[in-house]
Design a protein around this ligand. Sequence first.
Ligand SMILES: Nc1ncnc2c1ncn2[C@@H]1O[C@@H]2COP(=O)(O)O[C@H]2[C@H]1O
Length: 687
Amino acid sequence: MLKVLVYWEFLDRIDQIAVSPWNYYFRVLRSVSYMMYLIHANACVFYYFSYLMDFDPNNGFVYNNFQPACQNATNPGPRCNFPGQYNAYIFCFFFSVSMVTIIGNLNFPGLVPEMIYSVILWFIGVFIFATIVGQIRDVLKAMTRHEDEFYEVMDEIVEHMHTLKIPKELQDRVRTWLLFNWEQQKTIDERHLLDGLPSKLRTDLAMEVHFGTIHKVQLFKEVDKKVLEELLVRLRPTVYLAGDYICRKGEIGKEMYIVKEGMLEVVLPDGRVAVTLGPGSVFGEISLLALAGGNRRTADVRSKGFTNLYVLTKADLNDVLKDYPETMDALRNKAHELMNKGKPPPERAVTPPPEEVIHTRAQTPEMVKVAISILKEGSKVRNRMYSQSAHELKVHTADLHDDTDDDEVSLSLGTATEGENGHVTPQPVADVTADMLMQEELVQKTELISPNTEEIISPSLEEQVLQEFAHNHEADRQSAGSLQPPAAESDSASAPAPRKSSKMRRKSRANHDADAKSSSDSDDNAVAQGKTSRRRRSRRSNGSTAGVNRQESVDVPTTTPVPKESPMQTPDSGSSRLSTSKLINDSPKERATTPVMASLTSLKRRFAGAPKVHPIEADDAEPPEPETTSAAERPGVFTFELTPTTSSKPNTARHRHRDSNISFSDYDHSGLSDTFAGVTFSSPDTP
Ligand SMILES: Nc1ncnc2c1ncn2[C@@H]1O[C@@H]2COP(=O)(O)O[C@H]2[C@H]1O
């Protein structure tokens, strides 16, 4: 009897160490053992009761080993085969079991005490029996309780779907999800399972369960342990089937996810997979932390196979981070860092190429041009008129915002001021970075300088333009007279000439200089006849060079001293013009002779397609060596190939286009007599 305590202790310990399903078997065994013990105890009581009744041999109810019936029997039956040999304990145990499990069918009590004893025993027996049976049933039920619950829920859902006449395919997916979920988690909602536990225990449990995954997450690498613990408790496991979309672009982000197992794909709107995420990856943080400036999903995320994820809701995140505001900032910074490091900004990746962003300015009236050309250079009236016309020449931009990025190669549209010492200082007004050049289509569509670029060029340049007009006009006339333009003229009128050797270019420049000289006399004539740059352009575009949209010539002086009075090189329409491909493909020596060349070399290196920018060779006979002369000191004249666009929005000062990285600023029109428009290239590579 005293051993019962030891026995209970033993049972408790076994219960602690036994794992499912053995713990359930053990519990059934324990209940049976309690029953046996009680029967044993009852057997002992019965023996003692028999003893109190003197083992009366005349009494069939109590135990007696005497068996007097056998002694007197003439024909003893099988019970008399072992007279006096019944084992007292076995007999009493047998009697006790019968008494507990079977009501009645026992030796009828002959005496009153026997009857009372029997009744008490029967009552006890009923209770013991009921308890034991109930316990065994509970234990067996507990063994399968979760499974039963799961199937109960599943049956309900399936039935409901059936009632709603949900398509079979969807029903199957729900069923597959439920089964997979059960398979993975063995519970429908783990969170509620732990609700009854104190928070400290839940935290410890969560740390234990999720830490393996969380410690791989880069985003949480530097997060304080306390915050991490609080976040961990709030993580909710979930599973996704192959092909399921976890989130869709444009949705409002309310949850972020940590991948526990499986692979997921970030899918861009064009169907391309931007990146594949594996265990330890986080996604959904951009909208949750408003990294892209809003709370919308920036991409679709699709489960590649079956995946196990941890979900952290925005509400839970905010709930934790409201007590740790500095962690919110740290998380954002970290997320930004990871975003910029590992993946291109999703918005940029999915934004379609911008439409026309740079627009043509208005054309300067003919009258103004003529007046400018005939007024004395440097006169106040001329400057004012010039300034008026220049005001129309602002670059128009649309959908631009402030921002600047450095890029390896940039193209800038700028003004330059000629100083007293004859040095010309470029003043960039617009930067077109490498990004823009990459978008060749945009480059082709973009008009950096309007058809009337000449009008904002300095008076001296204006003069050159007029000279060229006269020259072209003369060529026109000649060709009209002979109905067959001379080959040289035809060449010079066409847009960028085919590649020529530097020798040829020098020669053609010499020819051009002679032409320019002879044509200068007919400037006024040309202007008077209203030869506009537009006409010249149209002649060019109709010229021999196929596939060229339009050419504009712009002189770009650099900081090399330029004699103030000496005219800048007159852009000959063909003879001195180099195509980009020419520059890029020419000898290294040539390539490195001007900043333009250096930049274009760099451009070529980065972008296979040559940008539609055509510099005209510098007017010095042989460009200086790059090692001995600073690139910024070399003069150059450049030509652009441009395509007109239409303007719908007014220009705004100092802007930058979000997609093309193009930035613009207004022209500075002050001191126009010393200011000209030009195009320069700049590159960090360029010395
Ligand atoms: N280019 C990408 N590389 C990696 N992950 C991305 C990329 N684009 C979007 N994502 C992830 O996909 C998620 C979609 O929802 P969010 O915008 O909230 O957060 C996004 C990022 O976590």
